[in-house]
Design a protein around this ligand. Structure first.
Ligand code: SF4
Length: 319
């Protein structure tokens, strides 16, 4: 008997795997990459954790599909920010369901805990996830299973319901005890998380999507730099070397690059088809973040003389 587990690398998802493995069931994990993870090291961490607990991990890139079908049109709306958690969970479960026949898995497990998260882990929300993903009866949540109706693997006896748990709420005490029991160490994911729950990222994303269509190419540039909306045109200016590299490596077709001609300074992106007078202002903004009062900025092979502006003035346009 084999099952597939949604695997975030967090303690709950590791415990869900452990509890089911203990019943002699083979587990493979799935991590659905949506592009909005803030931590670049996450994938390395996931691979390491999966190896430690003895599961094969499938990392599936679903950025494009997520943007097109879920992010801007969630059936169950958003949490506090741009996080469509119920639809998002359903999307992950649907992705796991797609993988099931390919790997011979008979059901899905998830580390969700009843009542742990305000939006997506209340019982009605879990039911909504099951319905939306069209996976009623095949999603087993081992940590809270005894608080939920029996699933097919329990009814058919593939899994012994008696050995499943009844954890609920935000208190992590029982999970920490279990971590001890299983000898788990260094189990929490490195700092970071889903940027869709971040207020500042969400503001940028909202502003961006009012003007332009999002593709996976733009996710990384939304994560960095100063984002300026000047008269409805988007300008992004890097803040440090690392951001210079990220903006330089932009491969999409929505923006063109801006560089200082012959002096050190930030890298910028400006929306394609921006009028010349706005490009000149963008050059002024670029210079304002250097130590120079004026200098040439190259925008699409053309040179614009940038002149320093008061930063307070620019701040009015920063998202
Ligand atoms: S926090 Fe982010 S990744 Fe997690 S369910 Fe919500 S939207 Fe999806």
């Amino acid at each position: 008997m084999k099952a597939i587990s949604l695997f975030s690398g967090g303690l709950d998802s590791i415990l869900a795997v452990k509890i089911i493995q203990e019943q002699g069931i083979e587990i493979e994990g799935i991590y659905v990459n949506l592009g909005f993870e803030s931590n670049k090291e996450k994938i390395d961490y996931l691979k390491e954790m999966a190896e430690k607990i003895g599961i094969k991990l499938h990392i599936i890139d679903k950025q494009e599909e997520y943007i097109k079908k879920i992010l801007f049109n969630p059936v169950y709306g958003y949490g506090k920010n741009m996080n469509p958690c119920i639809d998002c969970h359903a999307f992950m479960i649907r992705s796991a369901k797609e993988l099931m026949p390919k790997i011979g898995a008979k059901f899905i497990i998830s580390g969700e805990v009843v009542g742990q998260r305000p939006m997506s882990q209340r019982i009605p929300a879990l039911n909504a996830v099951n319905k939306l993903s069209n996976a009623q009866g095949i999603v087993l949540r081992p940590l809270s299973a005894k608080l939920l109706p029996p699933t097919i693997p329990e009814i058919k006896g593939w899994v012994n319901r008696e050995k499943l748990l009844d954890i609920s709420g935000r208190d992590r005490k029982r999970q920490l005890e279990l971590a001890k029991k299983y000898g788990l160490e260094n189990f929490e994911s490195p700092a970071g998380g889903c940027l869709l729950t971040d207020i500042n990222f969400s503001k940028r994303l909202k502003d961006y999507s009012k003007h332009l269509e999002l593709t996976p190419n733009e996710i990384d540039i939304l994560k960095v730099g100063r984002h300026i909306n000047y008269e409805g045109y988007k300008i992004i200016i890097s803040r440090n070397q690392e951001e210079n590299q990220i903006l330089k490596s932009y491969k999409g077709d929505k923006f063109i690059k801006m560089f200082p001609k012959d002096f050190p300074g930030p890298v910028g992106l400006i929306q394609k088809n921006t009028p010349e007078n706005i490009k000149k202002t963008a050059a002024d903004f670029m210079i304002s973040y250097t130590k120079f009062d004026k200098g040439d900025i190259i925008i699409n092979d053309k040179i614009f003389l940038g002149q320093k502006k008061d930063k307070k003035e620019i701040k009015k346009y920063i998202i």
